[in-house]
Ligand binder design. Structure first.
Ligand SMILES: Cc1cc2nc3c(=O)[nH]c(=O)nc-3n(C[C@H](O)[C@H](O)[C@H](O)COP(=O)(O)O)c2cc1C
Length: 315
C-alpha cells in the first residue's frame, strides 16, 4: 500500500472546463483499459481493485452482440492481435448484472459504450439516467473490428457529430476513445473536443494482419484484427503527443504500457492519466507495481505531483 501521506501527494484531478464545467477526480492516474479487464469480478482476488484509479469495463452496445468468429486472438512479436468484435450482452444486462458488483468497488467506474449511430445516443442517455453508480462514460468510436464504429473516429465531422449528440444526453464526464488508424489523429481529437468531450483516450488498437503461410489463411477468423501490447507503444506515444498539442482537454494514454518507465514516458509526452491494457493478461498486477513505484519516479524528477510533469517532453 502507498502510505497515506504519499497518497495525498498523488491525489489527482483530471479536470476540464467546458460549458458543463465538469470536474472529474480520480484517486490516482492508473486505470485499466476496456476489454482487458473483463467486468472486474474476473480479477477479484488477483489484485486489490480499490487501489485502481478507475476501471473501464468491456465496451457495451445497446443490444447484445455475439462477436466475431474464432480464433479471436493471435500472439505476434511483442504484441497481441485480436478480433473480438465487441462480444457483449448489451447495456441492460450490464446495468442489471455487472454494475451492482462494480459499484461495490472503491474506485471510479467508467462505462465504455459503442453507439452504432446518433439515433442510439438518446436511448443510451435514458438508460444512464436511470443507472446510479457510473462515474463517467468513454465513447468507443474506434473499434477496428466492427463496421459502423470505426467510421466515427476516422471522419472528424462524424466524430464531432456523435460526440455532440451524446454530450446532450448526459451530464456525466465524457471521454472519447480514438483510433490510431487515421492520417491525422489530432483532427479527430479537435473534433471530439469541439463536440464537448472532457477527455481523450488514445489509443485503441492498430489495424493488423497475422498470417499462417502454410495454410494460406489469416490467423484470426475475421481476417484483420487490432494489434496491442508493447509493439504499439511508440505509435501510442506519437498519438498522445499530437493530441496533447492539439487540444486543451486531458489525454488518457493507452498502448503497450506495463511498467513505471512506460507510464512516466506517457506523462512526459502529455498524458494526464494512463490505462493499462494487454499487460493485464500477462502481468495482472502491473497496475499495482506501477502505483507502488510512482512516488519514487516522481521524486527522481524532483516533482511533487503528476501535474508538474505532464507534457514536459523537450520536443
Ligand atoms: C482482447 C482485447 C479486447 C479489447 N476490447 C476493447 C473494447 O471492448 N473496447 C475498447 O474501447 N477497447 C478495447 N480494446 C483495446 C484496449 O482497451 C486498448 O485500447 C488497446 O489494447 C491498446 O492498449 P494496450 O496495448 O495496453 O493493450 C481491447 C484490447 C484487447 C487486447
Amino acid at each position: 500500500m502507498i502510505p497515506l501521506a504519499t497518497l495525498s501527494t498523488l491525489h489527482y484531478q483530471l479536470s476540464t472546463i467546458n460549458y458543463y464545467n465538469i470536474v472529474f477526480i480520480f484517486k490516482n492516474p492508473v486505470l485499466v483499459a476496456s476489454g482487458t479487464f473483463g467486468y472486474a469480478r474476473e480479477m477479484e482476488g488477483v489484485l486489490d481493485l480499490s487501489r485502481l484509479g478507475g476501471i473501464i469495463p468491456k465496451t457495451v452496445t445497446l443490444y447484445p452482440r455475439t462477436g466475431n468468429i474464432p480464433p479471436r486472438t493471435a500472439e505476434t512479436a511483442s504484441g497481441l492481435l485480436n478480433s473480438i468484435g465487441l462480444d457483449n450482452d448489451g447495456i441492460d444486462d450490464f446495468i442489471c448484472n455487472k454494475l451492482p458488483y462494480l459499484k461495490t468497488l472503491n474506485t471510479k467506474i467508467i462505462l465504455s459504450i459503442a453507439p452504432k449511430n446518433t439515433e442510439e445516443c438518446p436511448v443510451f442517455g435514458e438508460k444512464l439516467g436511470l443507472a446510479a453508480g457510473i462515474d463517467a462514460v468513454e465513447l468507443n468510436l474506434s473499434c477496428p473490428n466492427v463496421s459502423g464504429g470505426v467510421d466515427f473516429a476516422t471522419d472528424p465531422k462524424l466524430c464531432e457529430k456523435i460526440v455532440s449528440t451524446f454530450r446532450r444526453v448526459t451530464l456525466l464526464p465524457l471521454l472519447v476513445k480514438l483510433s490510431p488508424n487515421v492520417t491525422n489523429i489530432a483532427d479527430a481529437a479537435r473534433a471530439a473536443e469541439q463536440g464537448g468531450a472532457n477527455g481523450i483516450s488514445a489509443i485503441n488498437t492498430c489495424l493488423g494482419l497475422a498470417v499462417d503461410w502454410r495454410k494460406r489463411c489469416p490467423r484470426l477468423g475475421n481476417g484483420f484484427g487490432g494489434l496491442s501490447g508493447p509493439a504499439i507503444k511508440p505509435i501510442a506515444l506519437r498519438c498522445v503527443r499530437q493530441i496533447f498539442k492539439a487540444v486543451k482537454i486531458p489525454v488518457l494514454g493507452i498502448g503497450g504500457i506495463e511498467t513505471i518507465d512506460d507510464v512516466m514516458e506517457f506523462f512526459i509526452t502529455g498524458a494526464s492519466a494512463v490505462q493499462i491494457g494487454t499487460a493485464n493478461f500477462y502481468n495482472p498486477t502491473a497496475t499495482i507495481q506501477i502505483l507502488d513505484a510512482l512516488p519514487n519516479a516522481l521524486k527522481e524528477l524532483g516533482a511533487e505531483n503528476i501535474a508538474e510533469i505532464i507534457g514536459t517532453l523537450e520536443m
